[in-house]
Design a protein around this ligand. Structure first.
Ligand code: SF4
Ligand code: SF4
Length: 197
């Protein structure tokens, strides 16, 4: 698939009104998901947290990050069919009984300006906006999607977010592919033991 092939669910064809209700549920991965981070996110975080030394970066990775499973459907140019690749990505390590992102403090994101793109573009994730079933499913979990009140997002804006998300994941996939899916080559600051967890 290419980003130009992202098709919006009919439920979103006229755009939607959405405003976050600050419940913090998405910062708990909705009890089952992950908060994925890609290269751009890591670079922004490193800059924002002023992690200049290798040792600081390694410590940050051990405290806040975990290696998670990820997948991407990719069709080589000219190929008839694509295939789904499975590989490793980075996600935030959750903490506490309610398994929350460690940057969530009193229901507020303490790194708002530097938060990952996945947080930034919710609820306009490609898998959510292109599939009615997923949209309905997330409407039950996110009060903002249940109420559908507030800021108006047009079809074009929604597609722009979803496309950017797709491009980010694609870039990471291609980088991983280039390195034979060895995440330690893409992120040299990770320690090997993080791969075993
Ligand atoms: S789940 Fe929805 S309403 Fe709650 S914090 Fe996340 S985006 Fe906002
Ligand atoms: S980075 Fe901020 S917005 Fe993203 S999951 Fe953590 S607390 Fe929530």
């Amino acid at each position: 698939m290419t980003s130009t092939e992202i098709k919006l669910s009919k439920a979103l064809e006229n755009g939607i009104e959405f405003s976050c209700q600050m419940c913090g549920e998405c910062c708990r991965g909705f009890d089952e998901g992950e908060v994925y981070l890609y290269q751009e996110d890591i670079e922004r975080l490193i800059k924002s947290l002023n992690l200049t030394k290798k040792s600081e970066l390694k410590k940050f990775a051990k405290t806040y990050l975990k290696v998670v499973d990820d997948s991407f459907l990719w069709k080589e140019p000219g190929a008839e069919r694509g295939r789904t690749y499975r590989y490793k990505s980075l996600g935030f390590k959750f903490r506490g009984d309610d398994e929350h992102c460690q940057f969530l403090i009193d229901k507020i994101c303490s790194i708002h300006e530097a938060r990952p793109f996945q947080c930034r573009c919710f609820p306009f994730w490609q898998m959510l906006v292109s599939n009615r079933k997923n949209f309905i499913n997330y409407s039950k979990k996110c009060p903002g999607l249940k109420d559908l009140k507030g800021h108006y997002y047009s079809k074009e804006e929604i597609l722009e977010w979803a496309n950017k998300e797709y491009e980010m994941e694609k870039q990471y996939f291609l980088e991983m592919k280039k390195h034979k899916f060895n995440i330690l080559k893409v992120y040299p600051f990770l320690s090997k033991d993080m791969l075993d967890k």
